[in-house]
Design a protein around this ligand. Structure first.
Ligand code: ZN
Length: 223
């Protein structure tokens, strides 16, 4: 028996109705939907005892015992998951749980932003108004344009709200969004860089100089 199964059996069997067979005991357990984000990888899985977990996912059985575990354990031990509509998730459980954790994180970030007074203006528009715009847009599309994402990250920084840049995303499908990206200066690009895919970063790096030069040329023609 490997150490992983050994630890897990030791921790699970005493809390299960089934006291002998680990595989049978596992079937009693179900993911509750509760996720805790510890923000840095400091936690331990109460099942296999693996450490350096950032997220804890709660599992429970009918004896009302619960354990806070890592998403990998839920996947490898095939612990039952139902989504919010009551449909069972049978594949890629780790991926599903990671996605739920990201969604939860973003929801919390927006709640914290919503609690701020939103005083002050950016480009002549009220911050509160822009905050609401960002939140609505993100909830609708799961993405923002590069300019709005830069605004959002700056607001979160100014308000000292904890957020994970990697969980956010931009869309470059529309031509105007590409222009908005190329219009960002170096500091603004650095601010949103972690939210960008490798292709999106390359697009900026490969086109920024060309774009700036062309615009300067146009400005001269305009004179
Ligand atoms: Zn584990």
């Amino acid at each position: 028996m490997n150490i992983w199964v050994k630890n897990s059996s030791k921790n699970l069997l005493p809390l299960s109705e089934e006291k002998e067979d680990f595989k049978i005991a596992l079937k009693e357990w179900i993911f509750t939907g509760e996720i805790v984000d510890h923000e840095t990888p400091i936690e331990t899985c109460e099942l296999c005892e693996k450490d350096e977990l950032r997220y804890h996912f709660e599992i429970k059985n009918q004896l009302d015992n619960s354990l806070w575990v890592g998403s990998k354990c839920i996947e490898k031990f095939d612990i039952t998951i139902f989504d919010e509509h009551g449909n069972e998730i049978t594949e890629n459980k780790d991926q599903y749980l990671q996605k739920q954790a990201r969604k939860k994180h973003i929801k919390l970030v927006f709640e914290n932003l919503d609690k701020t007074d939103g005083k002050g203006k950016t480009n002549d528009r009220n911050n509160k108004e822009l905050d609401i715009y960002c939140i609505d847009r993100y909830n609708l599309e799961g993405k923002l344009d590069p300019k709005m994402l830069n605004y959002l990250f700056k607001r979160l920084d100014d308000e000292n709200i904890f957020y994970d840049k990697r969980f956010f995303a931009i869309s470059l499908k529309k031509e105007e969004n590409k222009v908005k990206l190329l219009n960002l200066n170096g500091e603004q690009f650095e601010r949103i860089k972690k939210a960008l895919s490798l292709t999106q970063r390359k697009y900026y790096e490969n086109n920024k100089n060309k774009y700036t030069a062309t615009n300067m040329g146009l400005a001269k023609v305009g004179l």
